[in-house]
Structures are given as structure tokens and as C-alpha cells.
Design a protein around this ligand. Structure first.
Ligand code: UD1
Ligand code: UDP
Length: 376
């Protein structure tokens, strides 16, 4: 602990989904006099619309440390974060490191901290797709096993961690921090009317996002998904904010011209949080391979078609509005038609996805600080 007796906590962000998860945690920690929150940005994502835009929309404080690691192979990116984050740990000497999600930055920072015997808290612990071809599955599994505090969003995650031999005392079910951000900014998102700006009527369009390597890194797989999309468009305009990985692949595979020729397809750059939330709120349905968007659509009651073979977020299917439909064009077309015909899952919001997850996490960490003081 620092000399003032405050718990010094380093919070880590690297890329787009991390900003949305860390914003409510920084806010909740900032309100506790006995906690000193610091922020480290690894620089895994660096385009304005993948990074800076979220600091602005979500009022996230400037990072105390910026590692500038950028893009690279998995080994390069993970290794760069490891080396740079170790220096930060030595300089800042935190009492705890908080990592969120399942990025390469998440695993690298958890590993560097654990090796220096700094306790790690993992927010969004216990999610599993059981698909080791997803780089995120490796990141989230290893991060969980490096962590002292495992903050879970749902009961299935607790059960999985127990099954993997993690002691119950380390597991804290707190709900979903991504939904904290959603609930806080929902009124602003509604007021934005992003669809109207695009000339689209509320409920008169669908939203598409794609960035998983399994969908966009192979020209045949990507092409098949576009076949599915093509059959939907005449019945329903689709807005497609294109992730930088996807943009790069579209150019490499020579698929840009095909997309530009499609009537009713609205391609755009990645959107800031408020514009994207606004677009989700007014949409008829969403097609995605994103993890976070499966959760946000469930919280908003918007039907979601997940264009993957599996999900690490099964509660969005069992309780929420999600259908995991794979990537065959005929299935995509058929499921979209079902939704347009009004056959949508009703869905409910999972327990503890109530906008208070960060507050619960900080309460657990405060108790930790109090115990440390008593033990001195
Ligand atoms: C990463 C995460 C993924 C997460 C996604 C969220 C890993 C292994 N993957 O995937 O879990 O769902 O972020 O969006 O951590 N690029 C840019 N500008 C940027 C960032 C990336 O042009 O600001 C391009 C680069 O060409 C880069 C590629 O996108 O090589 C992929 O970026 P990377 O961070 O490696 O993985 P993502 O696909 O973004
Ligand atoms: N998002 C956004 N603008 C976009 C696309 C997504 O603000 O153009 C938000 C989305 O609302 C969600 C988060 O980014 O909060 C999800 O990030 P992403 O899909 O990149 O990563 P994943 O959740 O799959 O790890």
C-alpha cells in the first residue's frame, strides 16, 4: 500500500471492448477515498475510432501509462505487453492489477503481474466457448488461472471455474460491467438518433459487425457470409461498421467492390460508443460475431443472430435474445427472415445485469484492503 494507506490498483485496457468495461470500474474506484486507481493503456488498439473515441464518449480519465505496443503476431503483441507492463509494475508498485475480458493485453498483463506476485483480479471470468481455435479462449482460460479474484457475470461462469478446480472463495458473482456502461449511457444513446442521421427508420434496418478471425481471415468463409447477407438486403437495409481487421481483409481479398455494389448495405467506419449504442437501440435485429454485442442486445431486448458455431456467453441464449446460428448463407437468410416475420425471441435480462456490477467489484476489493490493514 502507498504511504497514505490507500490501495493502489492498476486497471488495464488494450482495445475497444476493454474501454467499455473499465469505464464504470474507474468511476466506482475514483469515488472511494481508500483506493488510488491508475490506468494503463497497452496500445493494442490505436486508431482514433478504436481507442480515443471511447475515452471521449465514456469520460475515461487519461491513462497514467501508455505502452504503445500496436499490432503484431500473437507472440509479438503478447511479448511486447509483457516486457512493457513489467516496467510499469516495477515503477508503480501496485497492490492489485485489474484486467478485463480476453484480449492479448489481458493475458500479458495478468502474467507479468502474477510473476511479480502482484494479485490479479479478472473481470468477466469463467466464460468459455470450449473452442481453442479462438485466441480469446486461451487468453481467458489462462488469465482465470493466474487470478486471485475472479469476478463473474453469470452462474454458468461460476460453475465452470469450480469445475476447473478454482476455489469457491476466489469466485465473486457480480454481474456484467458492460451493462453498467450501457445503462449509464442509454439515455444519451436514445437521444442521438444515429439511424435518423443515416436516413433510416427505427426498426427499419439491421446492424452487422464482423471481426473474428474464423469469419474474416479466410476468403471463402468471408465470401459465404456475404452470400447470406446478400439475400437479406432486399428485405431489410443493413448497417455495417467495419472493424479494422475486417477492412484489411476485405481489401486483401478484393471483396470491397462486391460490397460497394450491394444496394441497401450501409458500410461505415467503426462507430463511437454512443453512436453505435444509438444504432443498436433503434435496430430491428443484429447480426454479429462480437462477444460484447451479444450481451448488449440481450440487455436491450433486441434480437441477435450470432454468426459463429459457439458462444462463451450461453446465458444470452438461455435467458436473452441471442440465437447462435453459424455462418451458412441459407441459415443466415432463414433466421433473418424469421425475425422479419416477427418470430423473435422475447428474452429477459439476466440476474445482476443491473448497472451495479462495478460497485459490487469495488466493494469486494475494499474488503480486501480492510483485511490487509488488519493483518499489518
Ligand atoms: C482484438 C482481440 C479480440 C477482440 C477485438 C475487439 C486479441 C487476440 N483479439 O482483435 O478478442 O474481440 O480486439 O475489437 O486480443 N488494427 C488497426 N487499427 C487498430 C487496431 C487494429 O488497423 O487500432 C488492425 C491491424 O491490422 C491489426 C488487426 O487490425 O493487425 C487486428 O488487430 P488485433 O488487436 O491484433 O486483433 P483484433 O482483431 O482487433
Ligand atoms: N462497438 C462500438 N462501435 C462499433 C462496434 C462495436 O462502440 O462500431 C462496441 C459495442 O457496442 C461493444 C463493444 O464495442 O460495447 C464490442 O467490442 P468488439 O465487438 O470489438 O469486441 P468483443 O466484444 O467481440 O471482444
Amino acid at each position: 500500500m502507498e504511504s497514505g494507506g490507500r490501495l493502489r490498483i492498476i486497471n488495464v485496457v488494450g482495445g475497444r471492448p476493454n474501454f467499455i468495461k473499465i469505464a464504470p470500474l474507474m468511476e466506482a474506484m475514483g469515488a472511494v477515498p481508500t483506493i488510488q486507481p491508475l490506468l494503463v493503456h497497452t496500445g493494442q488498439h490505436y486508431d482514433h475510432e478504436m481507442s480515443r473515441a471511447f475515452f471521449e464518449d465514456l469520460e475515461i480519465p487519461e491513462p497514467d501509462f501508455f505502452l504503445g505496443v500496436g499490432s503484431g503476431s500473437h507472440a509479438q503483441q503478447t511479448a511486447k505487453v509483457l516486457v512493457e507492463f513489467e516496467k510499469v509494475l516495477e515503477e508503480a508498485r501496485p497492490d492489485l492489477v485489474v484486467v478485463v475480458g480476453d484480449l492479448n493485453s489481458t493475458l500479458a498483463c495478468a502474467l507479468a503481474a502474477a510473476k511479480l506476485l502482484v494479485p490479479v483480479a479478472h473481470v468477466e471470468a469463467g466464460l468459455r466457448s470450449f473452442d481453442r481455435t479462438m485466441p480469446e479462449e486461451i487468453n481467458r482460460t489462462l488469465t482465470d488461472h493466474l487470478s486471485e479474484y475472479l469476478f463473474t457475470p453469470s452462474e454458468d461462469a461460476d460453475a465452470q471455474l469450480l469445475h476447473e478446480g478454482i476455489p469457491a472463495a476466489k469466485i465473486h458473482r457480480v454481474g456484467n460491467v458492460m451493462i453498467d456502461t450501457l445503462r449509464k449511457y442509454e439515455p444519451m444513446g436514445r437521444a442521438r438518433r444515429a439511424a435518423k442521421t443515416l436516413g433510416l427508420a427505427p426498426r427499419g434496418y439491421a446492424v452487422l459487425t464482423l471481426h473474428r478471425p474464423s469469419n474474416v481471415d479466410e476468403p471463402e468463409a468471408f465470401g459465404r457470409m456475404l452470400d447470406g447477407l446478400e439475400t437479406i438486403l432486399p428485405g431489410c437495409p443493413v448497417v455495417f461498421p467495419v472493424h479494422p481487421r475486417t477492412r484489411k481483409r476485405l481489401a486483401e481479398f478484393g471483396l470491397e467492390a462486391r460490397l460497394h455494389r450491394l444496394d441497401h448495405l450501409r458500410l461505415c467506419a467503426p462507430l463511437g460508443y454512443l453512436d453505435f449504442l444509438s444504432l443498436l437501440i433503434d435496430s430491428r435485429f443484429v447480426m454479429t460475431d462480437s462477444g460484447g454485442i451479444q450481451e448488449e442486445t440481450t440487455a436491450l431486448g433486441i434480437p441477435c443472430l450470432t454468426l459463429r458455431e459457439n458462444t462463451e456467453r450461453p446465458i444470452t441464449v438461455s435467458i436473452g435474445t441471442n440465437r447462435v446460428i453459424g455462418t451458412r448463407p441459407d441459415r443466415i437468410a432463414a433466421e433473418a427472415l424469421r425475425l422479419l416475420d416477427g418470430e423473435a425471441p422475447r428474452g429477459a435480462v439476466p440476474p445482476l445485469w443491473d448497472g451495479q456490477a462495478a460497485r459490487r467489484i469495488v466493494e469486494v476489493l475494499r474488503r480486501h484492503a480492510a483485511r490487509k490493514e488488519v493483518g499489518r
